[in-house]
Design a protein around this ligand. Structure first.
Ligand code: C2E
Ligand code: CA
Ligand code: CA
Length: 277
């Protein structure tokens, strides 16, 4: 059962062989769940923001927006990466609380920047959406309420869904449509890593395609990856969607993805995720 939940965490529909380290991991997950519940209550979680910059036709790279990324500073273990605790939150019934915290913190911060910085403030706030969240009944009302409470213009909010999630469920497309009817936009995260393909892009109510780091990181060394990025940009644009290159780490990659027609980019080359200040 430990191996089975490891397989489920890895996205389901796959095998996992029991490994003694999973036993340890399972014990730690049990503690982690309790720790996370306490951490949420004690304010151990916070949100950092990674800039998205416009690269298309821009000699000077302008700030386009920010992506909100959750952080947990465990009092004993130190910083724990989100990929290690989001699954725990999903399995332990804490994902609603965690997600609502991120959404509300990020919206409130975004609006504060608007007031403080005016035209220099980020123009778009991107927030990640987990699968458990999207499938939760009434979640759309949570988004509506957050927009209203923070008096945030819906068009300034972009929700990021992963490819596997978007492709997985029959009903997901109509849920996404319903979200979009609030006036916000949707991005397809980690594009290229999942099951769906260029040919299925048109079926999704998506505004922006985020090209996964695994393609971008090879864009300066592999013509194959360049061709894949170019094809993605072309198909996305033909459907009226914009593109973001994720995980740009070098000047060379930044130049390549700009020359391939990506609209914006994100990555350590431009900035690491930053504290709100
Ligand atoms: P993601 O949505 O694909 O977020 C981008 C991840 O890539 C972030 O990792 C970011 O720090 C990292 N990154 C950005 N630029 C670079 C780069 O140039 N090189 C490399 N190597 N990495 C880069 P992070 O913050 O550890 O988040 C990991 C994943 O956890 C996210 O992947 C997202 O799937 C999930 N996540 C983070 N915050 C949240 C959240 O608030 N809610 C949900 N549901 N998921 C979240
Ligand atoms: Ca994301
Ligand atoms: Ca991503």
């Amino acid at each position: 059962s430990i191996a089975m939940s490891a397989a489920k965490r890895a996205g389901g529909g796959r095998y996992a062989i029991f490994d003694p380290r999973m036993g340890e991991a399972a014990a730690w997950r049990g503690t982690m769940e309790a720790d996370l519940r306490r951490g949420l209550a004690n304010g151990e979680l916070h949100v950092v923001y990674q800039p998205l910059v416009v690269v298309r036709g821009a000699a000077v790279r302008v700030l386009h927006g920010v992506e909100a990324l959750v952080r947990w500073d465990h009092p004993v273990r130190g910083p724990i990466p989100p990929l290690e605790f989001i699954g725990v939150a999903e399995e332990g019934g804490l994902i609603d609380e965690l997600s609502d915290f991120v959404l509300n913190t990020a919206c409130s911060q975004f609006v504060r920047w608007r007031h403080e910085l005016g035209a220099a403030a980020p123009g778009l706030l991107a927030v990640n959406l987990s699968r458990a969240q999207l499938l939760r009944p009434g979640w759309i009302d949570v988004v509506r309420a957050a927009l209203k409470e923070h008096q945030m213009a819906p068009e300034d909010l972009q929700l990021e869904v992963t490819e596997s999630l978007a492709a997985q469920h029959e009903g997901v497309s109509s849920l996404l449509q319903e979200l979009k009817s609030l006036g916000l936009s949707l991005a397809l995260d980690d594009f290229g890593t999942g099951y769906s393909s260029l040919s299925s892009l048109h079926a999704l109510p998506i505004d922006t395609v985020k090209i996964d780091r695994s393609f971008v990181s090879q864009s300066d060394s592999s013509s194959h990856h360049r061709a894949l990025i170019e094809a993605t940009v072309r198909v996305a644009n033909s459907l009226g969607m914009t593109t973001v290159a994720e995980g740009v780490e070098t000047q060379a990659q930044a130049d390549v993805i700009a020359s391939l027609g990506c609209d914006s980019a994100q990555g350590y080359w431009f900035s690491r995720p930053l504290q709100a200040e």
